[in-house]
Write a protein that binds this ligand. Structure first.
Ligand code: MN
Length: 289
């Protein structure tokens, strides 16, 4: 049975800056789309394609902490470099995904990759925050660097496009990301006048960001930069592209636990937030220059 659409949100009128390198439209949480409604997805920041221009100064966001959840960075255009307090570093290039589990606590910094920064050009990316269940919030910090070639690939018939399965299962193809709760994350490229359909479990909170293009999804038109919030009355999602489209589909089993969130910390109680702050101040998240 087809899943109804609860609402289609347009992107906010104005972007916000995260540091000086990420010009993002905050799609989750928003008016009518709370963290509880989209659980386990706590945040979706969308850096719609933007030309930052060449710069000798490397734009980005300097050292900051995270605790109690995961950050998932999806690069479409341009490259993101990162360093963290567990000694890891790397570059997220177009088509790649970094799935970082902050868990017990981490410090990191995120910025434009040096060569990209110097040359300038279009920068397009998404960062998702995915909650962890209480029992996993203290897991040691780690990350999965998932390159484009490691994704589950579904080539659509008649050169209709390609689906990169980042996490979960699209039709019968499974993605590489390891998740703490059941999650689907699909990067879909759909060519104009082509269509595809797939199922996600009925109880999942489910949304779709139109990164580029325009589609008809379950009978309704979703334009560029809109976010489609689905109801829970069915499993099937059918999409037809009016224009060449890039879509990010996210679905997840809700985590039915209280959310206490303060800036970069997401715990279950206010007391745990105070503790996280104390631990951060006491240097327990490690060291990063
Ligand atoms: Mn961060």
């Amino acid at each position: 049975m087809k899943r109804s659409i609860e609402r289609i949100f347009q992107r906010p009128a104005q972007p916000g800056m995260v540091g000086d390198g990420f010009r993002v439209f905050n799609m989750i949480p928003g008016k009518g789309i709370s963290q509880k409604r989209m659980s386990p997805f706590l945040l979706l920041d969308f850096n719609a394609a933007f030309d930052f221009g060449p710069s000798d100064h490397i734009r980005g966001v300097d050292v900051h902490p995270h605790k109690g959840f995961e950050t998932v960075t999806i690069a479409y255009k341009g490259s993101v470099a990162h360093h963290d307090s567990s000694g890891n570093s790397g570059i997220i290039r177009p088509g790649d995904v970094q799935w970082m589990t902050a868990g017990a606590g981490i410090l990191h910094k995120e910025y434009h990759e040096e060569e990209f920064s110097k040359k300038g050009g279009l920068f397009e990316m998404v960062q998702l925050w995915v909650n962890l269940p209480a029992k996993d919030k203290s897991t040691p910090a780690h990350y999965q660097g998932i390159t484009s070639d490691q994704m589950g690939k579904v080539v659509l018939p008649d050169a209709g496009g390609v689906v990169n399965v980042i996490a979960g299962t699209f039709q019968d193809t499974t993605g590489p990301a390891s998740t703490y709760t059941p999650i689907n994350l699909f990067d879909i490229k759909l060519e104009e006048q082509h269509e595809t359909s797939f199922m996600v479990p009925q109880n999942h909170n489910t949304g779709m960001l139109v990164v580029n293009g325009e589609v008809v999804v379950n009978g309704e038109v979703a334009g560029e930069h809109s976010f489609v919030l689905f109801d829970h009355d069915g499993e099937e999602i059918s999409i037809r592209a009016n224009k060449n489209a890039v879509l990010l589909v996210l679905s997840g089993e809700p985590i039915d636990e209280p959310i206490a969130s303060y800036g970069p910390f997401v715990m279950n109680t206010q007391a745990e937030i105070y503790q996280a702050f104390e631990d951060f101040q006491a240097g327990k998240f490690g060291v990063l220059e």
